[in-house]
Design a protein around this ligand. Structure first.
Ligand code: ZN
Ligand code: ZN
Length: 390
């Protein structure tokens, strides 16, 4: 089969990326984006294109040869409720919504891989192209799994990538085992008796108790968990019903906890309940703790990490593929797929000058597009026994 002209493909992908960027959609509302993806996959001649998987998700299937193994590649499609600061011609046309995490780039790179693999083949087996909704919420992967993703479109292993500001263009990082953290959210409500600011002894206010509790929560990581376990407990909000001359009878403490093992997450919750109850008792108020798990930890399969490095080294410049120095305390919905099927998630450089993810000035760097597409194609050809082209 004829090789696709890579320069032409890059130009075409840049057009897709900027079109998607101009029309960002929030999680589970990716109707235009999903329509765009499905139309492209059909145009490329895939064997099957299923729409509406887990809401707005899409699964494309491409078969070549007679091999019975299946590799899935995944991209995310959703944008964020952030107002874009940009003067580009392709800036967001949807007020208050922008592609501030580069999912427009991820979707485009996976579309590029679908076009490339459909045109060139070079593998023996089945590829699933999984376009998931609502990554930012941590809800889209579960929606696809609950909609029978693994039964209707089974696969043996799955690969995904995320662009990474600060990492040079064409550079690649991943690591075996825990790679990205779980995210838990918590809310602690303290109740006492509010009253006059001038007569604190006549009531039983909650603000001093809340301040003590915020401080005491810092001992979960520093005094209750092993230093070998990376974890974070961040109090992010303290809200009371007090006013300038009235002490609050109610205080709410909200926050976010990160960890890399379910046992650590469970211990953070347990310690939080002990400390909240003890602190509340010391201040004669009550504490009610609500603790929820939003993202699970992302665990990369060691063998598939090795495979990803081999593939990356074949399509990226010498020295561009490295082991990430440490796990990252950010979370990724891709982890839900890895709870069921082995796989590997990787970071690709978005350039050293890139604004951070979720920043209103962020933009995906189109110079990275072809690197992501080439990596997707290379890992498929490697895992499905084809010849790996550049
Ligand atoms: Zn994000
Ligand atoms: Zn993202």
């Amino acid at each position: 089969m004829a090789e696709l002209d890579r320069d032409a493909l890059k130009r075409e992908m840049t057009g897709w990326r900027r079109d998607l960027h101009a029309h960002p959609e929030f999680g589970f509302e990716e109707k235009r984006t999903a329509g765009f993806v499905a139309a492209k996959l059909r145009e490329f001649g895939l064997d099957d294109v299923a729409e509406g998987v887990g809401g707005t998700g899409i699964v494309g299937t491409l078969k070549r040869g007679s091999g019975n193994r299946t590799v899935a590649l995944r991209a995310d499609m959703d944008a964020l409720r952030i107002t874009e600061q940009s003067a580009t011609a392709y800036r967001s046309q949807n007020p208050g919504i922008m592609h501030a995490c580069g999912h427009d780039g991820h979707t485009t790179m996976l579309l590029g891989a679908a076009k490339l693999l459909a045109a060139e083949g070079g593998f023996d087996g089945t590829v699933r192209f999984v376009f998931q909704p609502a990554e930012e919420w941590g809800k889209g992967a579960l929606a696809m799994l609950d909609d029978g993703l693994l039964q209707r479109f089974p696969f043996d292993e799955i690969f995904g990538l995320h662009n990474m500001p600060g990492l040079p263009i064409g550079h690649f990082e991943t690591r075996a085992g825990p790679f990205m953290s779980a995210e838990d959210n918590f809310e602690i409500v303290l109740k006492g008796i509010g009253g006059h600011a001038a007569r604190p002894h006549s009531g039983n206010e909650t603000l001093v108790a809340a301040c003590a509790l915020v401080t005491n929560l810092q001992t979960i990581v520093s005094r209750r968990l092993s230093p070998a376990d990376i974890s974070v407990v961040s109090v992010t909000e303290l809200i009371t019903d007090g006013t300038r001359n009235a002490l609050p009878g109610l205080a709410r403490i909200l926050g976010d906890a990160r960890s890399f093992r379910p046992e650590v997450s469970a211990e953070i919750e347990r310690q939080m309940r002990v400390i909240a109850a003890g602190t509340a008792a010391a201040y004669n108020v009550t504490a009610d703790v609500t603790y929820s798990r939003e993202f699970v930890p992302l665990q990369n399969d060691a063998d598939l990490v090795d495979a990803a490095f081999v593939a990356a080294r074949r399509v990226l410049a010498d020295g561009a593929a490295g082991i990430a120095a440490e796990p990252m305390t950010a979370s990724e919905d891709f982890a839900r797929f890895l709870d069921h099927v082995p796989g590997c998630f990787v970071f690709l450089g978005n350039g050293e000058a890139s604004a951070p993810l979720h920043n209103s000035s962020y933009d995906f760097n189109d110079d990275g597009l072809l690197h992501g597409t080439n990596f997707h194609a290379a890992i498929v050809r490697q895992r499905l026994g084809g010849a790996i082209g550049k």
